[in-house]
Design a protein around this ligand. Structure first.
Ligand code: PEP
Length: 255
């Protein structure tokens, strides 16, 4: 039995004050939801993490970074390490988001180094994988997922796999309003779980939560979360309004 996880990726949106207002509104909107129904994570920009951590004290919301540098410290102007995120109060970190891969040149190798850095600092990685439209049209979806998964999780122990969160995010569905169909998402998630079982053993693989990400909205979450290997969602645009994200999370209570 895996508790569903819903993660709000705010990208480059929200000040500390706006984060605090969102957290207060979200708490009111989800007051009837119990921790056994769903785990909820927010990923604010670095500058709002401290305020978000303070505002979530005593609540069941966890705070994640949206990225990290794999070195522990040093002359890396503009970068933030896993240890700095942990010290700011974050418990998780998103790694390998397609915007990082596409816009900032992140590679499978840097994803692997970031996963190791997160584990070393005691952060839970939320590792993103997913194919582009061209890769899907060439019939390469599962091969791309295999490559990203194998390289990104190289060196992880079974216990680390059980605790980490994987996000299947087809690149063509992110921020486009076009979500994967239940058939497309189901095929990818089942494949990812199968690979985790082969590489890390069934006990660990069956504990790992695999989220779907890509234009999730209150209107389409029910169909996606109903799939056997979909354990929640990573939500960008629809997480910016607390009420919309609360509506998405509340679906888990009806499962
Ligand atoms: C994301 O940024 O991870 C994402 C899934 O965005 P959106 O929900 O806007 O497609």
């Amino acid at each position: 039995m895996r508790i569903p996880v819903f993660a709000a990726n705010w990208k480059m949106h929200k000040t500390g004050l706006e984060a605090v207002a969102w957290i207060r509104e979200f708490a009111v909107a989800t007051k009837n939801l119990s921790a056994a129904d769903a785990e909820v994570i927010i990923a604010p920009p670095f500058t709002a993490i401290a305020a978000a951590v303070e505002a979530t004290r005593g609540a069941t919301l966890a705070v994640a970074g949206q990225n990290l540098h794999f070195e522990r410290q040093g002359a890396f102007t503009g970068e933030v390490s896993a240890a700095l995120l942990k010290a700011a109060g974050a418990d998780l970190v998103i790694i390998g988001h397609s915007e990082r891969r596409r816009i900032f040149g992140e590679t499978d190798e840097s994803v692997q180094r970031k996963v190791t850095a997160a584990h070393t600092a005691g952060l839970v990685p939320i590792v993103c994988v997913g194919e582009t439209l061209e890769e899907r049209e060439r019939g390469e979806t599962l091969a791309v997922l295999d490559r990203q998964l194998k390289a990104g999780l190289d060196g992880c122990s079974g216990d680390q796999i059980a605790a980490l969160i994987l996000a299947y995010e087809p690149v063509w569905a992110i921020g486009t309003g076009k979500n994967a169909t239940a058939t497309e998402a189901g095929e990818a998630h089942t494949h990812l779980r199968r690979r985790l079982r082969e590489w890390f053993g069934g006990t660990h693989a069956d504990r790992c939560r695999i989220l779907y990400g890509g234009s999730v909205k209150p209107e389409n979450i029910k169909e996606l979360i109903g799939l056997e290997d979909v354990d929640g969602a990573l939500v960008g645009g629809a997480s910016l309004e607390s009420s919309t994200f609360a509506a998405i999370v509340s679906v888990s209570a009806t499962l």
